[in-house]
Design a protein around this ligand. Sequence first.
Ligand SMILES: Cc1cc2nc3c(=O)[nH]c(=O)nc-3n(C[C@H](O)[C@H](O)[C@H](O)COP(=O)(O)OP(=O)(O)OC[C@H]3O[C@@H](n4cnc5c(N)ncnc54)[C@H](O)[C@@H]3O)c2cc1C
Ligand code: FES
Ligand code: FES
Length: 1308
Amino acid sequence: MNTENCPPLLNTSQMTGDLGGGNANKREMENQAFSSLTTSFAVCLTGTKKGCGIGGCGACTVMISTYDPVSKKILHYPANSCLLPICSLHGTAVTTVEGVGSTKTRIHPIQERLAKCHGSQCGFCTPGMVMSMYALLRNHPEPSMEQITAALDGNLCRCTGYRPIIESYKSFAGMRSGLCNPEEFQPADPSQEFIFPPELMRMAQEQQGRTLVFQGERTMWISPASLRELLELKTKYPKAPVVVGNTSVGLDMKIGGVHHPVILHPDRISELRIVNNTNNGLVIGAACRLAQLRDILMKAVSGLPEEKTKIFCALLQQLRTLAGEQIRSLASLGGHIVSRGSTWDLNPVLAVGNSVLNLTSTDGKRQIPLTDDFLSGCKNADIKPNEIIVSVLIPYSKKDDFVSAFRQAERRKNALSIVNSAMRVLFKPGTNVIMDLNILYGGIGSTTVSARKSCQKLVGRQWNEHMLGEACRLVLGEIFLSPSAPGGKVEYRRALLVSFLFKFYLQVLHGLKILDPSKYPDLPKKYMSALGNFECRPPQGRQVYQVKQPPQDPVGHPIMHQSGVKHATGEAVYCDDMHPIDGELSLAVVKSSKAHAKIVSIDASEAFKVPGVVDVVTASDVPGENGTKNEKAFAEEEVICVGQIICAVVAESDIQAKRGAEKVKIQYEELEPILTIEDAIKHNSYIGKEKKVEKGNIEKGFNSADEIIEGEMHIGGQEHFYLEPNSVLVVPRGEDNEMDVYSSTQYSSNVQELVASALDIQSNKIMCHIKRVGGAFGGKITKPSYFAVIAAVAANKTGRPVRFILERHDDMLIVGNRHPFFGKYKVGFMNDGRIVAADIQAYINAGCTPDESEMVIEFIVLKMDNAYKIPNFRVRGRACKTHLPSNTAFRGFGFPQSGLFAETWVTAVATQTGLPPEQVRDMNMYEGLNVTPFKEQFDATNLRKCWTECLEKSEYYSRKTAAEEFNKQNYWKKKGIAIIPMKFTAGFNKTFYHQAAALVHIYKDGSVLVTHGGVELGQGIHTKMLQVASRELKVPLSYIHLCETSTTTVPNALITAGSVGSETNGKAVQDACQILRKRLEPIIQKNPEGKWEDWIKEAFQESISLSATGYFKGYVTYMNWEKEEGHAFPYFIFGVACSEVEIDCLTGDHQNIRTDIVMDACFSINPAVDIGQIEGGFIQGVGLFTMEEIKVSPEGKQYTLGPDTYKIPAVCDIPEQFNVYFLPNTRNPIAIYSSKGMGEAGVFLGSSVFFAIRDAIASVRKERGLPENFTLNSPLTTEQIRMVCADDFTEMVMNHCFILFPILRILN
Ligand SMILES: Cc1cc2nc3c(=O)[nH]c(=O)nc-3n(C[C@H](O)[C@H](O)[C@H](O)COP(=O)(O)OP(=O)(O)OC[C@H]3O[C@@H](n4cnc5c(N)ncnc54)[C@H](O)[C@@H]3O)c2cc1C
Ligand code: FES
Ligand code: FES
């Protein structure tokens, strides 16, 4: 064997981006030949981000370019670097975001357009977005909009709502780009791109015949150059995986802890990359990537007769939604087939298509069919340990063949199927008599399963309704799913079995009719709607605001995010990107695996044996306070939730720290946990007292009502899923116990306070710094202080800097979520729809510590009326104490839950009275000057204006009529539309929360440095502060800089939250600037024609201080809970959203067709930032109410700990038409420049999608004669939609009642 040994990193790959330095999380230098690229960027490239580490978010996207010495072609493709083993990159060029463009050289048009079109907020997803687009443009310089949206399938963004990202790229497809002016764009010039390094071409030629061996400490990576060598190696190492894309093996190693001493990488073997057109079908090399497979199949479909390509079309359909483009570009056909996950989408199609695997080993060649037996791993149908798949024959279909593929997932794209299926029927030529039938399902058991017996029984039957009825009965009988099957959703999954079958039945009928129109009847028109899937169409949108400001005034214009370009070039520094500090240690935590238990012992002896482990830190190492009276930093004696931090391991590298943490043994004595709201109520387990607000006379109100209804609702929690996990770096300064703490917190002073108290030193020794945070949404208010304490205690103990970057799954486990909600209502109303009394009881699951839960339940109680004036109204709320991780603040702070609940009981009144929901909303809505149930005055005029304007802008009534007409014509798909009003409040119910401070320096050269207490979380606070300073000082923006948030410059800063951060800090910046301008005024008067620089020089000469602090005391707010009255909020924000959806009654899927939002944003300081907040919040609300589902085991363990199991909205989920209008000519005199805080308001408006789906479901149920007063919980997932659209299929499943031919009722 001709082998060449290469040292691990630097010789293995050439980088077009300069691999030069280190994201701290990427510091592990040794043993990294086999680690993923993100954990191996050891030389100073920090642009590539790690958001999840498991291929699910796209933040780590890079472009790989390879040269094929045989075809002499260069291939570019995007890839998730977190799954890329560095050895697999030998001979490739890796382009990171730094290689695309930089402010130091030249920014690329992609980066420029993304920044200018406001496509970044926190910026953590942005390099990944740039790289996905860059790889697309390298292959398609003039892409279509479909290609652009598909290129972003694998990229998640939690901030923007995607619309501006897509719009920024529209210009490459020759279209207008949202709020930006295309004339400002540099032209795209493909000739300016990096060329593929010629030395790599030479290397590829020269090394064609060499086997490459990379020997690491624990693993040997072998890349053979010939098939013969691969076979020899496979005989020598039969257990060694043949890694191509590493998307399956890599995950097993990362998540499953699997270790492979030898890995074989067959990427350079040409036999595994062949594409041959044969008489029987296409023969495709096993190492062919799924993206290549798609292109090959598309070419085949366009070039061959339709009858031959039915299997190819079914594969293409699955490939359109399978993962994201990065995974499709990595994953191979052979890897897909051999790893054969139960939900893998291509295998059922390949199997029904009678594909054949061409195998080779040192024993010779053979062929085996890719059957259900192969897929279930039957020994005699499987490949042998020493065999490899060389290629796969995918046969042509026949004229009388019908092939279909189905899948339903929690999200349409980039989500594994809940159930998938492929079905194929072959008829006797010229008849509808079944000659062969094959049905396979995925997602039902641990492997793909076949309904083989059912199919055999149906051979010889005619394709008609009788056959269908029997087929359903047989399939439900054969495909077993136990009630306790892993993954749950048992009834839904069973419903999908028959729903897919029914779809197939109709598709075939339709196909037969097309084949022979004279012989077969038309499919009834209304059933045609069962055919076809929802497509992801490129979104369109309008954003309308008023600018009446002169161009020289920086306020009121859509100015680009201060860091927009740096986000796009990857130069923006986050905590994890800071250069490693001499002697720095990494920290990993040991967490409780029990929900409630006594800690019997902590045994760290094995951890100390792990090389590199320096120390183990526990509560006993805390010199001062171990957290606060409400929450401990390290558990002591008892654990109160799964995920609670017990101790921490510090080591020379993060991998060693994690290995060490795995070795710590904890012994528990288990105690009974309380997990649910119902349990807590039963055990009287609450945090704080009941909060109540009552108005009018509730009993009298009910007595006067024509009718009273009662109901309940559950609203699930929500993961923050900011793209940057919590991070902290603590650096002891070496004297006077001083420490610098770099944290991704929303609350700098709290980090400082808790660290000081833990170390038992004064706060003045702790310097907390925050450059920027990669998204927060409330999840980085309380917990980062505890993470900082843990790192600081470790730094204090070891005397060395300590960095603690949470892995995505730890972050999701530890930080807590939006509070799950349970509400009960009793509502009295008149027959005309007027609500006269409402009695509401609200509960939230607070988790194990108080955190912010008392304030959240207060807000829920205070905001439960939403937009409605109910004369007699009582609302009571309790925060339930349970043994779940403590739930915490989340954008909207309780209002999304209370608002959804309020709209639910208003909808219930509409259903009960038979009135249109918008009419009931309208008649009960506040009007003009008013008071809330807690007696705060407000003016609802703008609420009404938003309502009227939204009705008009959305063309609500005509679209409602059109939807009703559509619904009459379509039995299996229904449209729904809803318009939802909102009365939201900004700020807090205590004055001190609104105080803010700023410090502004003017330097002798005239440049200005602004600092304030707010944290840049992506919401554009720094950009707005620059605009404020620029207006007040009357200097251009280019003179002003904003460096960081720090406790050294602004002490005692309050949390950046509650939608008021920009305006309260804006008032402080304004104050400081006005003080400075006042000091300068005499000098300006003396020399009015002078320049700013002259005045500053003069001021300095005259000993005028050029530094000032500014302060804002805060809006006066209070709430007296005894009297149930107060002025709880500084002001109100009104908005209305109208959404339209279409649902698929057979699968539960839905399509967001259009949303119009009218928002009372008053005078926006920066309309682009505010529209971004509204859109991003709205999409987060759509996620909350329709998709994001947290799953917890009966023992209190959260299952949903990453993008693989928890789905946030992706590009495919945004409305096809998404319009945002600011209500014209409104002002908010209380806030700076008459603006309003837009940070949170959009979230609740996502509920318009919930109610539009409800409307569609109501139409289904009405048509089917089902009760119309049904209950829906949130999130309204595909499962809930499908099951509530009850039909004979769901009935069959629920009753396990296999009535013969039940479908006849549906068809007749
Ligand atoms: C984020 C993410 C999202 C995903 N989403 C989807 C989805 O929506 N739908 C879906 O269907 N799948 C999805 N997948 C799964 C994906 O399809 C598979 O992981 C992938 O196809 C495996 O291919 P690979 O080349 O990466 O395999 P590898 O991980 O490289 O190898 C997998 C296995 O195949 C064996 N193998 C590979 N080639 C050969 C060969 N020629 N001969 C013998 N054995 C071989 C290896 O020994 C190994 O055991 C997703 C995966 C990820 C990570
Ligand atoms: S970090 Fe690689 S995909 Fe999320
Ligand atoms: S800007 Fe996309 S995640 Fe923040």
